[in-house]
Design a protein around this ligand. Structure first.
Ligand code: NI
Length: 178
């Protein structure tokens, strides 16, 4: 397994729709996801999508440890999701600050559905289906957007709320990069 280089906004691969995974489990898939985990951990990300390391397949990983210093930010289970599908539960949205390993140093205020249902498969092909809300739902929507070529700045409604993290949050911010 290895840390791979992350593609940055402007790379055409990040604007393209990724392809469904058709065969799993497979050794190649296991190796790819291992590289994704290593890369995400090395960069302190909350999630990563395969296209971000140059692989145009519909695979995302995510996970955030609950941090007792920030009890308002709930943990998100460590998850590998292949061929994910996300649907909103209800119309409620909320705005929240996001960052992205493909848009380093920036933050933006992004509307997301407050509650979602998502499904997909783990590495062995076992179905996963969950409901999520709040930060968990936000992370999943952000990562799955990558598979459709959508980076979070495209979702920002008011670009006054998009800028450099060091300027927006000079004293730091609780949420990690994603
Ligand atoms: Ni991202």
């Amino acid at each position: 397994m290895a840390i791979r280089s992350v593609r940055y906004m402007g790379d055409p691969l990040l604007s393209a729709r990724a392809q469904e995974v058709s065969h799993f489990p497979s050794a190649a898939l296991t190796e790819l996801v291992g590289d994704m985990k290593d890369t995400m951990a090395a960069l302190n990300g909350a999630g990563l999508a395969a296209p971000q390391i140059g692989v145009p397949l519909r695979i995302v990983i995510f996970g955030v440890q609950a941090n007792p210093r920030y009890p308002e930010v709930a943990g998100v289970p460590d998850t590998v999701l292949v061929n994910p599908v996300v649907e909103a539960i209800g119309d409620d949205e909320e705005e929240g600050w996001e960052g992205c390993l493909s848009v380093p140093g920036m933050r933006g205020l992004v509307p997301r559905y407050q509650r979602i249902r998502y499904r997909g498969f783990d590495l062995e092909g076992t179905p996963i289906m969950r409901e999520a809300e709040g930060f968990h739902a936000r992370v999943v929507q952000h990562e799955c957007d990558h598979l459709d070529g959508i980076l979070y700045p495209l979702r920002i409604r008011d670009l006054r709320f998009f800028g450099y993290e060091s300027v927006l949050f000079p004293e730091g911010m609780e949420a990690s990069d994603r």
